[in-house]
Design a protein around this ligand. Structure first.
Ligand code: SF4
Ligand code: SF4
Length: 380
């Protein structure tokens, strides 16, 4: 059985979070992993420059509570690190740490936010699709990585939870390269499983106090769920998160990829501790506009390629720029792996000929000016 702890955590109150983190550690017996002198890297989800209230990023109060729990155990070499969307530059990192509240955590707790932009090539472990990954230095050099993810929907992968959060271990604009290399979302999520096996976070905490529903990971809406979760096994956590938001597991592509490799346990194989009764679907949790027509594997082999082209062009939801809201910042063009966005006249324009429907542009738009539009052929 794979143990997952789940606890009511109704607000971002420091005392409440301190108590929740201590209970998670006790329920999972995590003290055996922690000792003074360890170099610990905390990996929150800091996708882009957003305030904690927008529910795009891991809340700083959860990060602070984990830091205090580590310090109580004599662990003091703690670094907060992430490579958010966009270029991996110290100046951009500093802005994101400030907006997300991470800078305040480091100031209050006397630890550091990583501002160095080095990375190193690390051989992939237990991998099927990738032979090596370039990982940011604080992750590659850590004795222990603690994954601090946010529960969110994701227009491309279905779910953004424990496994997806680790994509931020890849430096800056090397991330869009992976989108281009693995254009098929299922293959992309297979790569994320390779990455998860390589990074091997020791523990994952999930911030589901306020989650994001709808067109996540950045264009959705905050949704209070009132929970924190924790496990050593990130795949088990993603299985639990699917149950929590009522998402079929085959729609959460990281779970699907991990399941085919025997890495994701079935829901019935989870040993839920804490408040197991809280792992019930949140009523009416809104799903993202991901591709929902997948009939290709049932077609005769000779028409799969044209059917793929047809599905990609006409059935898969596409990014659409709301011109009135666009401020012409160019962040969508910068993150587009297909280089198919141009900014002219102060507005962004997409040439759909080469668009691979990765939705990086939607993720990175700071003013939510890119919608995900469903095809008029199959949706109303
Ligand atoms: S236009 Fe958007 S969805 Fe299309 S390839 Fe570029 S980033 Fe991806
Ligand atoms: S669509 Fe968004 S990211 Fe792209 S240029 Fe406009 S405001 Fe910037």
């Amino acid at each position: 059985m794979t143990r997952v702890s789940i606890l009511s955590t109704t607000e971002y109150n420091p005392a409440l979070l301190d108590s929740a983190v201590e209970q998670h550690i006790r329920l999972l017996g995590l003290d055996r992993l922690l000792r003074p002198g360890l170099r610990v890297t905390l990996k929150p989800n800091l996708l882009l420059r957003r305030s904690p209230e927008e529910a795009t990023t891991t809340h700083p109060e959860l990060v602070a509570a984990v830091v205090r729990a580590l310090k109580r155990r004599g662990v003091t070499r703690i670094t907060i690190a992430d490579s958010p969307g966009g270029p991996y530059l110290s100046s951009l990192l500093a802005g994101i740490y400030k907006a997300s509240g991470m800078a305040a955590v480091t100031e209050a707790e006397g630890i550091t936010c990583n501002l160095e932009v080095g990375w190193q090539e690390v051989p992939a472990q237990n991998a099927r699709q990738v032979s090596s990954f370039n990982l940011i230095d604080p992750v590659a050099d850590a004795d222990l990585v603690i994954n601090l993810c946010k529960l969110k929907t994701h227009c491309m992968t279905g779910l953004s939870g424990a496994v997806k959060n680790l994509f931020g271990c890849v430096p800056g604009l090397q991330k869009p390269e992976f989108h281009y290399r693995f254009k098929n979302p299922e293959e992309f999520c297979g790569m994320l499983v390779d990455l998860c096996e390589t990074v091997r976070p020791a523990v994952t905490f999930v911030d589901a106090v306020v989650a994001m529903e709808g067109d996540g990971p950045s264009g959705g809406s905050p949704r209070p769920v009132g929970l924190t979760l924790c496990a050593e096994n990130p795949y088990a956590l993603d299985v639990a998160l699917c149950r929590l938001i009522g998402m079929p597991e085959e729609r959460a592509l990281t779970v699907k990829a991990a399941r085919t490799r025997g890495l994701a346990p079935a829901l019935s194989e989870l040993e839920l501790v804490g408040e197991p009764e809280r792992l019930a679907p949140v009523e009416g949790f809104r799903m993202p506009a991901v591709k929902s027509v997948d009939f290709n594997t049932r077609l005769p082999r000779f028409i799969r390629r044209p059917a793929d082209w047809f599905a990609g062009r006409f059935l898969t939801p596409r990014p659409a720029i709301r011109t009135a809201g666009c401020i012409g910042c160019g962040k969508c063009a910068e993150s587009c792996p297909a280089h198919t966005i141009a900014v002219s006249g102060g507005k962004a324009h997409i040439d759909y000929t080469n668009c691979i429907r990765c939705y990086c542009c939607h993720e990175m738009c700071p003013v939510k000016a890119i919608d995900i539009r469903r095809s008029g052929l199959f949706y109303h």
